[in-house]
Design a protein around this ligand. Structure first.
Ligand SMILES: Nc1ncnc2c1ncn2[C@@H]1O[C@H](COP(=O)(O)OP(=O)(O)OP(=O)(O)O)[C@@H](O)[C@H]1O
Length: 369
């Protein structure tokens, strides 16, 4: 028996409504819109409805000289309002591609992405311009790319305010001064970028990015060109912006020190979010002492796919096929112990065969596989 598709509208089953009488909904333009409609019919909130940034099965394919590169391969990511988080991943994993999409500089090939309620796939050129000016701020790795060389720090911060319009000069001067003060840059106010250190330039760039009070501040390797002490000062500026202004901040970084300072670090692997480290303060019940505890989680995507860490699968010789078992409070994942599976495990240099033998008789029996 075939079950009806679960997104059939109630009107389609209403015997009283003639086809002509039924209201015809406008054709949905995006996958996100289709899903939102389907979810609203079921009374369920749409995926990521309460997140400030919601990426849903995001795909970005680049084609160069007829060769396709899948930079993002169905990436899911939710970021809540007010978060300060880091994105990490090997070179080529898709971090910058994601940041360019979130910054409104690039458009995904497929999937859905919304930031502060703006749909990044359907924005027209005018909306995209407004989005880049008012909704997101951006700090690049190359210090020279963030600031105009012939303007002072204060003038650099005032420029986006001027382009946005609406504030008189005196108000812009005051607001720029306050931002520079907040980031401990009072002494830099009348200096041009070449008169600032690398760290001061990046902190000024943060002030520029915050000029129009964006919902989201994106930074791609903002401390990449700095020594560790200066990088620490720049990170402090991000933290200040997050705590004082409540700005949501996403930082791409290779810097372990930066990644270790935020509460949430998301790792991207092969164009998908693969794991997350969450840090939180826990209090020891006996001593009352507080400590920061970091836990690593694997990401389960909406289709139920899980990326197992390569070091885990290699050490157990897991390849191609694994055995799953549902327990009352967890799911067991075991190496494939069938004859060809064990042979494959040995080919890949893992311990799969021996590991599964050692489990004989307790967790997995012959009849299970
Ligand atoms: N404009 C482009 N045209 C063709 N391929 C591209 C383009 N931009 C990125 N890519 C490819 O997409 C993949 C992801 O690149 P991306 O720059 O997003 O990675 P990344 O994680 O930021 O790397 P890195 O840490 O080195 O900056 C890479 O294989 C890259 O070569």
């Amino acid at each position: 028996m075939t079950t009806p598709p679960d997104d059939v509208t109630p009107a389609a089953h209403d015997p009283e409504a003639s086809p002509a009488a039924r209201p015809r909904p406008a054709a949905p333009s995006t996958l996100a819109e289709l899903e939102r409609r389907a979810a609203s019919r079921h009374g369920r909130p749409a995926y990521g409805h309460d997140a400030l940034i919601a990426c849903d099965r995001l795909v970005r394919v680049f084609t160069t000289d007829g060769v396709e590169v899948q930079a993002l391969q169905g990436l899911d990511l939710l970021v809540a309002e007010g978060e300060l988080m880091a994105l990490v991943g090997a070179s080529g994993s898709g971090k910058s591609t994601l940041m360019n999409i979130l910054a409104g500089l690039d458009v995904p090939t497929a999937g859905a992405a919304t930031v502060a309620g703006r749909d990044l796939l359907t924005m027209d050129a005018r909306a995209r311009l407004g989005y880049r000016r008012d909704v997101v701020g951006f700090v690049w790795q190359q210090t020279a790319r963030n600031l105009l060389p012939y303007l002072t720090a204060q003038q650099n911060v005032m420029l986006p305010m001027q382009l946005h319009g609406g504030r008189r000069r005196a108000a812009r001067t005051k607001a720029a001064g306050e931002l520079l003060s907040m980031l401990a840059l009072d002494h830099c106010r009348d200096r041009r970028p070449h008169q600032l250190s690398g760290g001061e330039q990046q902190r000024t760039a943060i002030a520029v990015a915050l000029a129009n009070t964006p919902s989201v501040l994106l930074a791609d390797e903002p401390t990449g060109e700095l020594d560790s002490h200066t990088a620490e000062q720049v990170f402090t500026a991000f933290r200040t912006a997050n705590e004082e202004l409540g700005t949501t901040i996403v930082i791409v970084t290779h810097d372990q020190a930066v990644a270790g300072e935020v509460r949430r670090t998301v790792a991207i692997r092969d164009g998908r979010t693969s794991s997350e480290v969450l840090r939180r303060t826990e209090r020891d019940a006996a001593t009352g002492r507080e400590s920061l505890v970091a836990r690593e989680y694997a990401m389960l995507d909406r289709a139920g796919r899980l990326q197992l860490p390569a070091e885990y699968t290699h050490s157990l010789g897991m390849a191609h096929r694994v055995l799953l078992e549902l327990e009352s409070d967890h799911i067991g994942v075991w190496p494939d112990r069938t004859a060809d599976g064990a042979a494959r495990g040995r080919e890949t240099g893992g311990e799969g065969g021996r590991e599964s033998e050692s489990r004989d008789g307790d967790e997995v029996t012959e009849g299970d596989s």
